[in-house]
Write a protein that binds this ligand. Structure first.
Ligand SMILES: [Zn+2]
Length: 139
């Protein structure tokens, strides 16, 4: 028998479930973000260090793409079925698009961080291979 303490075992959680709720990708309990979009240092529930988490501008890109396609389809439907005056788009359509862009950012950021955790994504590590690629395994 060993006296080695056993580390807690965490069940594999759905990245959709933890990510869209902006919860810790390991325990699913602790919050991932503080404020609107700032990633915490670590999970307050299980202590997972969030230093691996760096989705960069991925959430903004996917949010812009999703809202752009869906928003444009809804805009065109609204324009061609209701035929509203232009000022209605300024009062209704633009605020809705802005709200959709801002509302989708947090869930997308949580989902991307969860995917990074599950797939153990890490920043690339570069190493010089010398002049003219000598020693490179790609020659
Ligand atoms: Zn946690």
């Amino acid at each position: 028998m060993t006296d080695k303490p056993t580390e807690p075992v965490y069940p594999k959680l759905s990245t959709i479930s933890t990510g869209l709720r902006c919860r810790c990708p390991r325990c699913g309990e602790g919050p991932l973000l503080k404020g609107f979009l700032t990633i915490r240092e670590a999970c307050p529930a299980c202590g997972l260090n969030y230093s691996f988490a760096d989705p960069a501008d991925g959430p903004a890109f996917f949010g812009m793409s999703i809202v752009g396609v869906v928003g444009m389809a809804l805009f065109m439907w609204f324009e061609f079925t209701v035929h509203p005056p232009v000022w209605v788009h300024g009062v209704v359509t633009l605020p809705l698009l802005l709200a959709a862009c801002l509302g989708i950012l947090r869930p997308l950021k949580g989902w991307m961080v969860s995917e990074q955790f599950v797939h153990k994504a890490a920043p690339p590590e570069w190493e010089s291979i010398g002049k003219h690629g000598e020693g490179s395994r790609w020659r």
